[in-house]
Structures are given as C-alpha cells and as structure tokens.
Design a protein around this ligand. Structure first.
Ligand code: GLU
Length: 498
C-alpha cells in the first residue's frame, strides 16, 4: 500500500504576538511532523483584515525561528482569496450554500434578541429559501450579501488522536457564513479549503477549536474533500487553575525572551506542557525526543504552567553554556539596564570584569535578566549598602586587624606602570587566594581563621556576608576598586561610630 507522507500545518492569526499557547501548538506540530518524517507548513491566517498586521506576522515568525522551529512551506491566506470564493460558488451551485442578504444590523439585532431571551445565538435561516426572483432583484439592487452554508441535521463524529471519539449534533449549529460581504472567507471556510489544497493529513491545534472542527467536518464532506486526522491539545492553565492570561505574568514568547529565558529551555518547557517522555528525563533538546514522541502520548488533561519549573529548567540550560557564550548572552541585558553601553565594551578592563562576573554568578542565575542585579555590585563608583550582619562582623576588633593587613597586602601588589592599565590582570583569583592564605597564616596564633577571616574582607568589599567565592569577588573588583571599597567602608564605620 502506498503510504502518504504526513503533512502538518501551523496556522497562526497575526492579531497579536506569539502567545505561549500558540507557540506550544506550533511546537507540537513541529515535533509531530519531524518525528514522522512529514512536512510542516506555516500558514498565516490573516483574513481578518481589521485585526491582522504585518508587524505581528513578523514577530510571530521571528519568535518561531527563535524557538528553533522551521517549516517546509509557507502560505498567507490573504494571497489566496480567489480560491475560497470559487469553492464557495461551487457549493452555491450544488445547493449546499446560499446567498444571505441580511444586513449586519439585522444580524446584530437578532443576536441581541436571542441573548435577551436566554437562547443560544445563531442565524435564523431567513434567507435559506429565498425565491429566485427575490435573489435576482437583490443582486440587481446591489444589496451586499454573504454566502452561508446550509447545515443539515446530522450527527458529526470524529476520532480525536488525543481525546478519542467526539460527537456533535448539528442541531446546535446554525447556518454559518463561508464568504463575508467583502468577499473574504470566514475562518472555518478558509481553513477547510486550505487544509485540503495543502494536502494536510493531521490538524493539531488547541482544544478551543473543537466546536469549529464540527463545522469543518461538515464542510470537508460537502466539498468532497478527504477529512484529515484531528488532535486537540488541552488548554494551558495558571497555577490557580484559571486560563493562562496576562494576570499570570509573561504570556508571549517575546516577553519570555525579554525576561532572559533561553530558547532551548523555553522549547523544552513547552514540550512538557501535556507530554513527558516515558523515560522520565525532563531536560532535553527537541531533536533528542523525536524518536520517542507519539501524538497519542499527549495528555488530554489541562496543562499547568509552572514558572518555578521553567526557572529551574532555564538555570540548567544557562549552566550548559560556556562562559564565552554566556558573556554574549548577558550583554544585551546589561545594556538594557544602562549598566554599560556598546562603546564602553572597547575597554578591555570592563570586558574582563563582566567576564569574571559571568564566571562568578553563572551557578546562581535562573534567568539572564537577573545578571545585571549581580554585576551592578561590582561596577566602579558603587555606594555600598551594609547588611546588619555585615556590620556586626565589621564591628569586631579582629575584623579591623584583618582589613588592615588585607589593605597592606593589596598595596604591595605592583601596578606595573602605564604599560598595563588593567590592574585586574594582576590581582587575579589565584593571587587573591594567596593573599587570603597569607593573612590567615599571619593570624594563626591569634586563632583568626574561617569566618573571622573571610567575612570581614567580604563585608568590607561588598557590604554583604554572602556572595560568590571571595577570591572571585576580589579578582572581579581588582586592586583599585578593592581599595576604594575598603576606604568607603572604613569611612562609613567611622561616621557612624561603629
Ligand atoms: N488561525 C487559527 C488560530 O490562530 C488556527 C486554527 C487552526 O489551527 O485551525 O487560532
């Protein structure tokens, strides 16, 4: 038997940025297509001319690419308007659709009346059986019309690949519009014409489209098209069980990108919304799961969006990066926070400092956007804020001794004249470690060691009692900055009579 190559499609409407739910639909289409050696089609559904924009289309495409998704064919519905019209005319000829001359005012009024009576809204089929004469007269008078589909009483069944059998009675569906009065197609009609024309074998989309699927199946049948397979993904809910919305924080991929999530972490996380590999391994690149993935393993339960888990995953991906890669990734965040500007990056001293910060803080980061908060403490000219615990340490008699000796040792380090302006290159981590050891050895007999040795140095340099390893802190600051900070601390203690 000849086997048909599976063909999937992802069909975003460019009426907003790439929402996380839509991104997850795109991702499952991509995984499904790639895991079945099929094709993936990107189709921009922009027939709602009032709400669709080129900017949203571009931002959706750029976010899809950012997530690492690719596609084999690309279409835009606004380029295909004539196909829809001709298929609708075929249905008209076959008596499966009719011209409806009701004005939009009448339709609105009807809707209002039905709502006030507590009845389901829908068209009352007024134009379904217009006499030939009347139609001709209306056309002659250039009365605008829509083309409506004649819904016949029937039961619609389909076998959802995720949810199993789903049944609908067409009685709850009234005659619906195929072509609007401005000649553009309705969503349901354009989708069916396109899915057929593009040879789509699998429609994977959100659960919110299930009722549309019933309408679309009627259209597939009436047009004599082959009905594709359907798989409806469950909704994504916030941790409070409500549908995910702005209230829960970031909702578009652009926002997550701006918050410092890495593309691989984001793609990994989205794939875990309704699916998990059977081996329980939760951290993976999309390419690694292609041979494990089956559409039927997607869960039909609502997926809960868990920001803690995304943060955890993102931290894992950050730690997969080399210092060099991370350095490049954090720069836009430092620039955005006005901590540095592009021009200043020519200064190798600043570059070295940022690079050392990357090394010092990489293990703490959950998102790239947290990085500026850490670096800010190490940029020159910083005014320290002292934690109470730091002041308690600095108060101690022994602390003064440690700080004084540390200062002496710093001053002993040669700044090698004008030829090497970057004194960070001299006070490196190794040298800092050696200095701390020397101070420890000097105070050995007085039992100043461990915390009594480290804490005063850290507190005098940063105002804090916790942070990255002390030699790293010293090396990031460099000789001059260390001396500045200590000077600042001693002045603070004196001014506050501590
Ligand atoms: N344009 C529709 C949407 O953005 C796509 C629905 C479909 O996949 O059929 O929701």
């Amino acid at each position: 038997m000849e086997s048909i190559k599976p063909r999937f499609r992802f069909a975003p409407s460019p009426t907003g940025g790439l929402h996380i739910g839509t991104a997850r639909t795109a991702l499952f289409n991509w995984i499904s297509a790639r895991s079945m050696d099929g094709d993936l089609i990107l189709r921009i559904e922009d027939t709602d001319l009032n709400r669709s924009t080129k900017e949203f289309e571009e931002s959706i495409i750029s976010d899809l690419k950012w997530l690492g998704l690719n596609w084999d064919e690309f279409y835009r519905q606004s380029d295909r308007i004539k196909f829809y019209k001709s298929e609708a005319e075929r249905l008209l000829k076959e008596g499966k659709a009719y011209m409806c001359f009701c004005s939009s005012e009448r339709i609105e009024a009807l809707k209002g009346k039905l709502i006030s009576e507590g009845k389901p809204t829908g068209y009352d089929n007024q134009c379904r059986n217009l006499a030939e004469e009347e139609i001709k007269e209306n056309l002659k008078n250039k009365i605008e019309y829509t083309i409506r589909y004649k819904v016949n009483p029937e039961e619609i069944r389909f076998n959802d690949l995720i949810r199993g059998e789903i049944k609908f009675s067409s009685e709850v569906i009234s005659d619906f519009v195929l072509i609007k009065s401005d000649s553009t197609p309705s969503y349901n009609f354009a989708v069916v014409v396109d899915d057929n024309d593009m040879g789509i074998t699998h429609v994977v989309r959100g659960e919110d489209h299930i009722t549309n699927t019933a309408r679309q199946i009627m259209l597939f049948e009436s047009l004599g098209y082959k009905i594709p397979n359907f798989a409806h993904l469950s909704m994504i809910l916030g941790s409070d069980g409500a549908k995910l919305s702005k209230r829960h924080g970031a909702t578009t991929i652009t926002q997550f990108k701006d918050e410092g999530f890495l593309k691989d972490a984001m793609a990994n996380y989205l794939s875990l919304l309704s699916w998990a590999p059977r081996d329980g391994e939760e951290i993976f690149f999309l390419n690694d799961i292609l041979d494990k993935f089956k559409i039927s393993d997607i869960s039909k339960n609502p997926a809960i969006f868990d920001i803690d888990k995304l943060n955890w995953l993102n931290g894992n991906y950050i730690r997969k990066k080399t210092n060099e890669e991370l350095f490049e990734l954090v720069l836009p965040f430092l620039i955005r926070e006005n901590l540095i500007n592009q021009g200043e990056l020519k200064d190798s001293g600043l570059k070295t400092k940022i690079f050392k910060c990357v090394d010092a803080f990489r293990d703490k980061l959950k998102t790239l956007a947290e990085f500026p908060g850490y670096v800010k403490d190490f940029l020159s000219g910083k005014i320290l804020n002292y934690e109470d615990e730091a002041l308690n340490i600095l108060k101690l008699e022994t602390s003064r001794k440690v700080i004084n000796l540390f200062t002496e040792k710093l001053k002993e380090i040669k700044t090698s004249g004008e030829s090497i302006p970057d004194d960070n290159s001299i006070l490196n981590e190794e040298k800092a470690r050696a200095i701390i050891n020397e101070i420890g050895a000097s105070f050995n007999s007085e039992s100043i060691k461990g915390k009594l040795l480290y804490m005063p140095i850290r507190a005098s340099l940063t105002g804090k009692v916790h942070g990255p390893e002390l030699p790293k802190v010293i090396s990031i600051l460099g000789k001059e900055e260390c001396l500045n900070m200590i000077g600042q601390t001693l002045a603070f203690l004196k001014n506050n009579q501590i």
